[in-house]
Design a protein around this ligand. Structure first.
Ligand SMILES: [Zn+2]
Length: 137
């Protein structure tokens, strides 16, 4: 699983993935305290990664759905509001929902599970979109 955000303990070198609620500090097994701002950076990075995954999923689903109504050029197609509006609103909505979730729930298990689902659905959506686009031209 891709988990790019992490901070390394300066004392023992162990990696910390920023689990725990937003705005809380956390202690490494060696006794070093990670500051809450240090961990929040990692947590926000992780949340952004999830939001990006969800909005990409929606982008490809809309590409598959509206394929024949979209303009011809690849950039015009990519930037058309039919794709961008659902993708951007998914990003905003999931960002707000995840921030709220992460303020209350320390465990990342649910987030990881939804990320895995997001990646699966995104893969299916990408292939569907590719097949649709190729069939149309
Ligand atoms: Zn440590």
């Amino acid at each position: 699983m891709l988990r790019l955000g992490r901070c390394v303990c300066p004392k023992c070198g162990r990696e910390n993935h920023g689990e725990g609620c937003l705005g809380t500090a956390s202690q490494c097994v060696c006794g070093y305290w990670f500051s809450c701002s240090e961990l929040d950076k990692v947590r926000l990075y992780w949340i952004l990664q999830l939001c990006l995954c969800f909005s990409m999923t929606i982008l490809f689903i809309s590409l598959a759905l509206f394929c024949d109504e979209l303009p011809d050029g690849s950039w015009e197609r990519f930037l058309s509001p039919q794709l961008q509006i659902p993708a951007i609103s998914t990003f905003v909505v999931s960002y707000r929902a995840l921030i709220r979730h992460k303020r209350k729930i320390a465990n990342d298990e649910q987030l990881l599970r939804s990320f895995t689902w997001g990646v699966c659905v995104m893969t299916i959506a990408i292939f569907t979109a590719i097949i649709r686009v190729h069939r149309w031209h």
